[in-house]
Ligand binder design. Structure first.
Ligand SMILES: O=C([C@H](O)CO)[C@H](O)[C@H](O)COP(=O)(O)O
Length: 196
């Protein structure tokens, strides 16, 4: 069950064991969430004039995937920092995610959104973080923060659990909005990128 670094050969692996660990951690996180918190997010998405998503690094990749699905549902959605992303305004929603809750660009975006009167919803692993404090609604994802190397909350590297949970929770939110909206998959598919 090891990679022989000297030979550079993969003799045998425990990929299945690792995958089980990852799935078990995500399952445990799903059991520990406070689902009451999600009401404000669903309402915020439904009521926003435009929805802005923002997160950095791997958290950002997860949130980009979520943004794409919201677009498939027909929402006006932007990812902060993209070339065609406009100014946020008072009737808009900024949905941000940062495991640490301290990433500078994400905190600054939340501050700007608050200053124009937009609704700010933040997902972090730390309710005491700057980002959680700024937000109108904070949703706690009980995962390891990226610099918590103790391994008590996750055996995975850095913020991996948080970043995976973002994508999974995003898909769960998409499913809920899709059910409520009642549009057939064919309607959503018409919005899917056709120049891939
Ligand atoms: O890419 C990331 C890193 O590899 C940690 O696992 C993070 O998503 C990125 O550094 C942003 O951090 P947070 O704002 O704390 O999510």
């Amino acid at each position: 069950m090891h990679l022989d670094h000297q030979q550079g050969v993969l003799h045998s692996t425990d990929i299945q064991g690792n995958l089980k660990q990852i799935l078990a951690e995500n399952y445990a996180l799903s059991e520990a969430l406070d689902y009451q918190d999600f009401g404000a997010l669903i309402k915020g998405i439904q009521q926003a004039k435009s929805i802005f998503l923002h997160a950095a690094g791997r958290s950002g990749y997860s949130m980009r995937s979520v943004a794409m699905r919201l677009m498939h549902l027909g929402f006006k959605v932007y990812f902060v920092g993209d070339t065609t992303t406009p100014a946020i305004q008072s009737k808009d929603l900024l949905w941000v995610a940062s495991g640490s809750g301290t990433t500078g660009s994400i905190v600054r975006a939340a501050e700007k959104a608050k200053s124009v009167g937009a609704n700010v919803i933040a997902m972090t692993t730390n309710p005491a973080s700057t980002l959680a404090g700024i937000s109108d609604t904070h949703i706690l994802l009980p995962a390891a923060e990226k610099e918590d190397h103790a391994g008590n909350k996750s055996k995975q590297y850095a913020g991996s659990l948080f970043e995976q949970a973002l994508l999974l929770i995003g898909d769960a939110i998409f499913m809920e909005l899709w059910k409520v909206g009642g549009c057939p998959a064919e309607t959503l598919w018409k919005r899917h990128a056709n120049m891939e």
